[in-house]
Design a protein around this ligand. Structure first.
Ligand SMILES: C[S@@+](CC[C@H](N)C(=O)[O-])C[C@H]1O[C@@H](n2cnc3c(N)ncnc32)[C@H](O)[C@@H]1O
Length: 455
């Protein structure tokens, strides 16, 4: 059986009944997230700070729910159809608060606020990972997604047909865990490890695989009718499985000794993980056993706004070969994606699947720790460098603050434009338009805070 290792120093961890998992070298214990049916190790380099970070994200999700509930309070002026929908939504959101409180209860947050050590280690959760970012995937995995899940499984087992059955399987970015569960049952390895950075998803995967049944409300993006704006789903796995373990950890700092997995699967991960692809490939290479396989599946939608980073499958193949693998097959398949029956929003995605075998020429390397945060921020003592980007932010913030300070309940848009012109901040022909645009944005933000966003 594979042993879990310290994500800081690679020492094998000791599991303790109460204290979680202990690294005797770093003298640090890693918590276990608990559920009614089991425990999920939380193996981040700085576990307490990271847990606290997640806790804040869950609190933010609960606060957002409060705001949403207040926006569904019935208003006299709406028609009967809207009233009907909002009333249904209001009940569902209130129920959802209880559902989430139950799901989040498995998170233990220590008293110690270890923010400083978190900073010292320069680790950071990506700011765009919300607690409920992948809520649709949960419902696809464990309620209405049977057909989608089956199609993906058939496609992947077809691609793997020529390879030896894996004994040790690792699924990175496993989400709510259905594919890990399906692959485990289809390929029958001795052990499967499923890793995700989101504790809620790990706990759900663990609970489902242990045979629990849960109720969770789905809020489809474009409901097909009023009842579909919030649908209570029953989440359950097709069957209970043994030998599948969920771990909450950073896929960039895996808590395993090198070279142990004969199959590493990365479903819908390489284009969303907060790391350079070449760095992530080093991590995958290190985790894979000599002659083992890496199976990548999902979209290739790299790096949002930067057009130059939008890599093709030929480039992926090139980089894979450079990273010490030999690409065995590379296929495209049009597959349904998140097609909730309650939503009008249903995707079909040209997914890419690449199977590569690890060469044995290179020694696996440890990925250096993430360097998200600069020294001046970590130590707090060095001067903050005045970079061109920060300089621009400073100037725009000053102008914003000045315009805001002009709002006194008396001045009009034209009065404010006149002040800007007098202060020589803007020529007359631009000032009125600029003030209008600025105030439009402010108004939209204020409405969002007050929960009155009409878009
Ligand atoms: C697009 S979702 C795909 C989830 C799942 N594989 C599926 O197909 O439904 C990406 C997943 O990767 C996880 N993830 C992102 N960055 C990660 C990291 N550094 N380490 C581990 N998991 C990560 C997210 O929490 C999320 O569950």
């Amino acid at each position: 059986m594979i042993s879990l290792c310290c994500p800081r120093c690679d020492t094998v961890l000791n599991e303790q009944a109460q204290a979680g998992m202990l690294c005797t070298a770093c003298k640090i214990s890693f918590p276990m997230l608990s559920s009614p049916t089991g425990r999920v190790p939380f193996l981040w380099s700085e576990p307490q700070a990271c847990l606290l970070d997640w806790q804040n994200r869950f609190n933010a999700a609960l606060a957002d729910l409060e705001t949403q509930i207040s926006t569904t309070q019935l208003i006299d002026s709406v028609g009967p159809a809207t009233r009907h929908r909002l009333s249904h939504l209001n009940n569902a959101l209130t129920r959802h608060q209880r559902e989430l409180a139950d799901l989040f209860s498995g998170l233990q947050v220590g008293d110690a606020l270890a923010r400083e050590t978190h900073l010292a280690l320069r680790t950071q959760l990506p700011s765009h990972h919300g607690a409920l970012s992948y809520a649709q995937n949960i419902h696809r995995d464990w309620s209405w997604g049977e057909d989608e899940n089956q199609q993906v499984l058939e496609h992947l087992t077809g691609v793997l047909a020529q390879t030896k059955k894996p004994v040790r399987l690792l699924v990175l970015g496993c989400g709510a865990g259905r594919l890990a569960n399906d692959l485990h049952r289809a390929l029958s390895p001795t052990e499967t490890w499923a890793v995700d950075s989101n504790p809620l998803l790990c706990l759900l995967g663990q609970r489902m695989s242990a045979g629990e049944t849960l109720s969770l409300t789905e809020f489809p993006l474009a409901p097909v009718n009023a009842e579909a704006c919030a649908v209570t789903r029953t989440l359950a796995a097709p069957e209970t499985v043994e030998g599948l373990t969920f771990v909450c950890a950073d896929a960039m700092r895996l808590p395993f000794a090198p070279g142990q997995f004969d199959l590493v699967v990365t479903p819908w991960l390489i284009d969303v993980i907060d790391a350079r692809l070449a760095d992530f490939m080093r991590v995958i290479y290190r985790a894979t056993a000599p002659d083992g396989y890496w199976l990548n599946h999902g979209s290739l939608a790299f790096a949002g706004n930067q057009a130059a980073n939008r890599m093709t499958c030929e480039e992926l193949q090139e980089q894979t070969n450079d990273a010490g693998f030999t690409v065995q097959s590379s296929t495209d398949e049009l597959l349904p994606y998140l097609q909730s029956p309650a939503s009008r929003h249903r995707r079909v995605e040209l997914t890419h699947t690449q199977l590569a075998q690890r060469d044995n020429a290179q020694a696996p390397q440890r990925q250096p720790r993430h360097q998200h945060l600069p020294e001046w921020l970590v130590s707090g003592r060095a001067p903050i460098p005045l970079s061109p980007g920060l300089q621009t932010q400073i100037t725009t913030t000053k102008i914003h603050a000045f315009i805001m300070s002009l709002i006194d309940g008396k001045r009009s848009v034209l009065d404010m434009a006149k002040v800007l012109e007098e202060q020589r901040l803007m020529p007359a022909d631009q000032a009125t338009m600029a003030v209008r645009q600025f105030l439009t944005t402010m108004l939209e933000e204020a409405r969002r805070f007050e929960g009155q966003d009409h878009h």
